[in-house]
Ligand binder design. Sequence first.
Ligand code: IVH
Length: 669
Amino acid sequence: MEESKYNIKQRIDELVKILNEANYNYHVLDKPTITDQEFDKYIRELIVLEEEHPDLIRDDSPTSRIGGTVLEGFEKITHEIPMLSLSNVFNESEIINFDSRIRKEGITPHYVCELKIDGLSVSLKYKNGKLVSAATRGDGVVGEDITNNAKTIKTIPLVIKQPIDIEVRGEIYMSKKTLENINRIRKENNQPLLQNCRNAAAGSIRQLDSKVAASRKLDCFIYHLPNPEDYGIKTHYEALEFMRDLGFKTNPNNKLVMDEKGILDFINYQTENRNKLPYDIDGIVIKLNSIQDQKRMGFTAKYPKWATAYKFPAEEVLTKLKDIIFTVGRTGQITPNAVLDPVIVMGSTISRATLHNEDFVISKDLKIGDIVSIRKAGDVIPEVVEVKKERRTGEEKDFEMINKCPICKEFIYKREGQVDYYCVNPLCPAKDIEGLCHFVSRKAMNIDGLGDRIIEDFYNMGYIKDFHDIYHLSNHRDSLTSLEGYGDKSIDNLINAIESSKKNSLERLLFALGIPNVGEKTAKLLATKYLSLDALMEATVEELTLIPDIGEIIAKCIVEYFGKRKNKDLIEKLKELGINTLYTGELIQETEEFQNKTFVITGSLVKYTRDEVEEKISLLGGKCTSSVSKKTSAVIVGENPGSKYDKARNLGIPIWSEDDIEELFKKYE
Ligand code: IVH
């Protein structure tokens, strides 16, 4: 008996070895050594043996790649060495600056240029040569334990070629072909399509059921060794070779170059060839080769100073403008939208783009049937750049502005001096639904669990017609839980979220009400000046225009809104329901350095996020704008500042560093 168990263990060891090697040769080296039939035969044999002898299942068994574990949630993993992000450069002069900063330290740099793979970063840990954990980046310090799902990725070795302890980092991604295949099937099953390779990879790695993750056929390139010196490695290029020799998949395009000219040649070549790659990239990573030089350059809180990422410029593609359709926003605003022949721009399929208003369409001289160029930069919404007039055939149809609301068919109107048409029918359902979606949205009342679809359902079922109905939803609890798709738990969560939204500070309510021309910033300004809704409701146009940044148009919209009986009644009802109408945030201080002054931020900040700086400045009485002019009081400069820095210097505008603002912020804490 003992003897036979020993033989079985031996056979399992043998099968694991054969299968792991075959997997490596096939997936990493792209050089199959056994046939698919042989692979299947061995894996079936192993599955049977493991089923009969679960105590003999090895951690590095290739059967763990099939998936099967279903988790409740992901555990957290703390990264001993934080997983940093990269600073960005956008053009040749910024690359030269990056190189000069390194040379200024007395370094004669050699660089490794790499493709910037558009996926999500992962840290893999091996103990004694065996994969023990895989973690996402998370916030850089704490990530999520995705070991089960990482094991389903065939290019991540379960066991490496030396029995050592090591951590390596790289990028999990989905190939363009895999995304296409998945989306083809999803389309056939009427499921929503995955937007692009990066989102698809990120969504797949966070599947709690590792079988689903396995079905997504993810891949992984390894590009970083956090502790090179532990292995006697002196350059990044050597680290890449070392990791490749251990069995990791490294990118074959990685290139050692001798100077900045080498970097620019690499960028030009890869930019040309980018579309031919089987996966998406969003830039080029440039890394100082010598580990000693890397140490000399060091880190900021967010980035290594020895590496940077060149980001590709926004991609433009041509497509056909098939139609122009109109949508009605929550304020009744009518917007023309381009219906496009679907095209992939920067990895996502674009079939719609906003055309803003009638004037925009006229200024671009768009005709239906035109070939237009579409641009998309990163996560930014797509825009129509220009029409290719030379491609016109004469068949194109002129654009015609509508004069009736596409939903309720009532006439639409344009106010004098404004560019937008509005549907002013108070009974128009399009506005109601849009208005409700806005009311609950994240930056407004922030009611989690009331997505656009649910609002539409509840509206159509008659549960929610106006804002105050949201706060009566708990009365319909029984009817709601009996609806398909709304379980006890989700309705409970929703009711709790609705309840806690009652405590929101005034600016959220003001923004949520959807007063024409009162966006998030104006709402905050009004809330901090008036402190209560009652006080604001009493304000006159003259009084409001005394506030810097509130012009006559906004002031009139506010006074008009609160003058209407219907709105007064609504506010009364909201108050009766216990919704807070006071400002409960921090108060604005009057400060010499910021009061009524205008600032511009440029470059990457390290100690604060841009939103934090903007928020703090507004609480100290100042404001931030995006472009530098003579009126700018100071420019706040972070790392790798752009042209705004040069402009500020030319205009003689004071330059403040992050340390400067930190000191000023501390003064008023
Ligand atoms: S190196 C300390 N190399 O880009 C070194 N990152 O924008 C840190 N990325 O978080 C990263 N390809 O997810 C590096 N060849 C590459 C990369 C790469 C893609 C991602 C990575 C990182 C992000 C920074």
